[in-house]
Design a binder for this molecule. Structure first.
Ligand SMILES: [Zn+2]
Length: 423
């Protein structure tokens, strides 16, 4: 899936080369020349700098193809780390990832609840320190902290739009306060967008791929990554796939429209259908007072795994609607890769994956030209927090345009020498 890096505007030749090595896993210097279009001399200089800075290591040799066996390069995974934090009303998930985006430490703690933002930030700083110290990583190797929360976040207005449970956080300068408390650079984004970038970074997806993450927590959203850049729309609300209409005369959705995929097929709709079936409600333990949508959705999924046909039928009906929404997204974006991720796919992904795959194999508009690689995330439950860390890795190490922060030891790299023609 890794194409020529020249389609992406990296801020420097060094970041372009690092991104190709990340996507390839292992690659030779000749491979880098082919992938980037840079000259052999440029590749040689840039690779030497990356090795000197400890970001890249030489690792064995490729199989001989007759001539000299080529030395392979890969990321030096333990050279840098990033912290990802998923902040929610109900819980805070922290991950520490290495340079390749793999999780090396993970903790879950109590959510923001009703506490004052300042109190929560002080606690978060202590929990971040505990996370890093717990695995003995030198704080100097930690590049920054990516904070992810449901709904749009903006560095101008703090949390901006907030769910009702977190109204206290409106206008709270969360990034600045957290930066002060942790002494780490802080970047912010919403959960689906961060999850998409996390899959892009750690899933071996090439720098020029058009990929999306279909994210299902209690709602349904999507994050889009185009040529390595997250597409956010004019207000950070791109990818609201949950509010695609799949039945013009369907029930009213909380967003004000009718027949949205979320109101027909989201976790709340699955739980409501299961509760309406007295036998299933009894066997799945859904009777009595309402619990959270996520715990009830998990109960329906467990019933389906136990082989209860009515539970499986409800989930498969949901999956067919979601597959139509996924096909719509794939058609509009001409997607190459679609990753199912988020807590609800972590629980029920095995039901949804084949239905979505079948829909795209059968009906994706451009299927004669190329297929869509539909995957279930390997880390769907913590995808947002991992995505938070990927935000840091990308903004610090492979900034895609000028103006993003570069670490001091990379700031002197030469500007990207993009080929003048060929595109
Ligand atoms: Zn809606």
């Amino acid at each position: 899936m890794s194409g020529p890096a020249r389609a992406t505007q990296h801020a420097s030749s060094k970041s372009a080369v690092l991104d190709v090595i990340r996507a390839a896993g292992t690659i030779s210097r000749v491979g880098l020349i082919n992938a980037t279009g840079f000259t052999g001399a440029t590749i040689s200089t840039v690779v030497r700098k990356l090795i000197d800075e400890g970001l890249v290591v030489e690792t064995g040799r490729a199989e001989s193809t007759g001539g000299k066996r080529r030395v392979l390069l890969q990321l030096n995974h333990s050279s840098r780390y990033a912290v990802g934090v998923h902040l929610d009303h109900a819980g805070i998930t922290y991950v520490l990832t290495n340079l390749g985006g793999s999780v090396v430490a993970r903790i879950s703690r109590a959510g923001a609840g009703a506490a004052e933002p300042r109190t929560v930030v002080a606690r978060m700083a202590a929990e971040v320190k505990g996370l890093i110290d717990g695995v003995g990583v030198d704080h100097k190797r930690v590049l920054g902290l990516g904070l992810v929360s449901p709904g749009p976040l903006s560095s101008d207005t703090g949390m901006g739009l907030t769910p009702p449970s977190m109204r206290k956080w409106e206008d709270f300068p969360l990034d600045q306060e957290l930066e002060r408390a942790t002494s780490l650079p802080v970047v912010l984004d919403n959960d689906a967008t961060a999850a998409a970038l996390g899959e892009h970074w750690s899933g071996g997806i090439g720098g020029t791929a058009i990929s999306a993450a279909l994210y299902m927590g209690t709602g349904i959203g999507a994050g889009l990554v185009i040529n390595g850049i997250t597409y956010r729309g004019s207000s950070g609300n791109a990818g609201e796939i949950g509010h695609i209409c799949v039945d013009a005369n369907g029930p009213e959705c909380w967003c004000g429209a009718r027949g949205c995929v979320e109101v027909l097929a989201g976790p709340a709709a699955v739980v409501a259908a299961a509760r309406a079936d007295a036998a299933l409600a009894g066997s799945a333990g859904l009777t009595g007072r309402a619990r959270s949508v996520s715990s009830d959705f998990a109960a329906v999924s467990r019933a389906a795994r136990r082989g209860e046909p009515s539970a499986l039928a409800i989930l498969e009906r949901s999956a067919r609607y979601i597959a139509v929404a996924a096909r719509t997204l794939a058609n509009i974006m001409d997607l190459e890769v679609l990753v199912l991720t988020g807590p609800s796919f972590a629980i029920a992904g095995s039901v949804y994956l084949p239905v979505v795959r079948d829909e795209l194999d059968r009906a994706f508009f451009s299927r004669a030209a190329h297929g869509v690689d539909v995957r279930l995330s390997r880390s769907a439950a913590t995808a947002s927090a991992i995505g938070g860390a990927a935000l840091v890795l990308q903004s610090e190490l492979v900034p895609l345009h000028e103006g993003l922060r570069l670490p001091e030891n990379l700031a002197d790299s030469e500007p990207a020498a993009l080929p003048a023609s060929g595109e």
